[in-house]
Design a protein. Structure first.
Length: 318
């Protein structure tokens, strides 16, 4: 189900980017206590020929830097010299979180739980409001780049909206190693976009505040696959990657506290009853094996060395 799109002038923060033009514009958000102005840089590439308008964004959570570096590399290498349609590239959405090495903004709120936002609300709500009103009306669909949290490493995966066939098609075109449907979370960017009939897929790979070359390579290839799939970009023909569609998922949690030692690599297939890792005490008195409850795949591993009872250790899917 391909989106045709149209030939149009894109307007962001009052600035026009006409067909055939490329421009860096900025959405003004707020000021730091020092008076320093903070804005969201937005790169716009608008081809002469008609086609869809695609949003590529990263840094919605400021500590998730894999996506930031992915888009930076693509900008540096001129990967958005598109033949039709338009691409809107936002390498860092949450500038506040990025400069504070934080998932959230300084007031502690999560921008990705603040959509669609309000014009006079909290800092996170204002960011969401400006973004909802300046960016979302312009696009046909988007790719949102994320990573796992602190110590949680996500194997490269695409999440799409179950009730949105276009987002599933996008997930298949992206061709990540793993993809699956994911529920819409209240206040999230993806849910706000869904309500505006703007399909969004979420790419999750790596962990926060750590660069992961494999994750970035998959991201760059996937973005190019989508752009090429819509005829916006020409790329060399290549063999399609084997991809796994997960139909159900669950977390395996720590049955006791202690030192956690994984014994399987992320992304690997697993069998029911297989040892995934071990939890031991610090005195070498007791150890407990962590066994897989099903046949499937591991697609997230917690790299926290010392864990508490109930901590999520492995995200697995069937």
């Amino acid at each position: 189900m391909l989106i045709e799109g149209e030939n149009k002038t894109i307007i962001i923060n009052g600035e026009e980017i006409k067909p055939g033009q490329n421009k860096l514009v900025k959405i003004n958000i707020s000021r730091l206590p020092t008076g320093t102005l903070i804005d969201i840089p937005v790169h716009v590439f608008n081809a002469k020929k008609p086609g869809p308008t695609v949003l590529l964004q990263a840094g919605l959570h400021g500590d998730e830097i894999n996506g930031v570096e992915t888009l930076r590399r693509m900008l540096e290498h001129g990967d958005f010299n598109i033949e039709k349609g338009a691409v809107i590239v936002v390498p860092i959405l949450n500038i506040f979180g990025f400069i504070h090495f934080s998932r959230d903004v300084p007031d502690g709120k999560d921008v990705n739980r603040s959509f669609p936002g309000t014009k006079t609300g909290s800092l996170a709500s204002r960011m969401a409001y400006h973004y909802t009103n300046e960016i979302l009306p312009q696009i046909n669909f988007g790719i949102d780049l994320h990573t796992g949290g602190g110590q949680r490493h996500n194997y490269p995966q695409i999440r799409y909206t179950a009730d949105d066939e276009v987002s599933k098609d996008l997930a298949e075109i992206f061709n990540a190693p793993i993809y699956f449907p994911s529920r819409l979370i209240s206040g999230s960017f993806r849910k706000a976009a869904f309500k505006m009939q703007k399909p969004i897929i979420v790419y999750e790979a790596g962990e926060s505040m750590r660069f992961d070359e494999f994750s970035m390579e998959i991201a760059i290839a996937g973005i190019k696959n989508v752009l090429a799939g819509y005829g916006m970009l020409q790329i060399p023909k290549q063999k399609k990657r084997e991809t796994i569609h997960l139909e159900s998922r669950r977390w395996v949690r720590a049955a006791r506290a202690g030192m956690f030692i994984p014994e399987i690599e992320n992304g690997n297939p697993i069998t029911k009853g297989q040892t995934l890792g071990v939890i031991t005490d610090t005195f070498a008195k007791k150890s407990k094996k962590i066994l897989s409850p099903l046949d499937g795949y591991v697609f997230c591993i917690n790299h926290q060395a010392v864990v508490n009872q109930g901590d999520a250790l492995f995200h697995i899917g069937r």
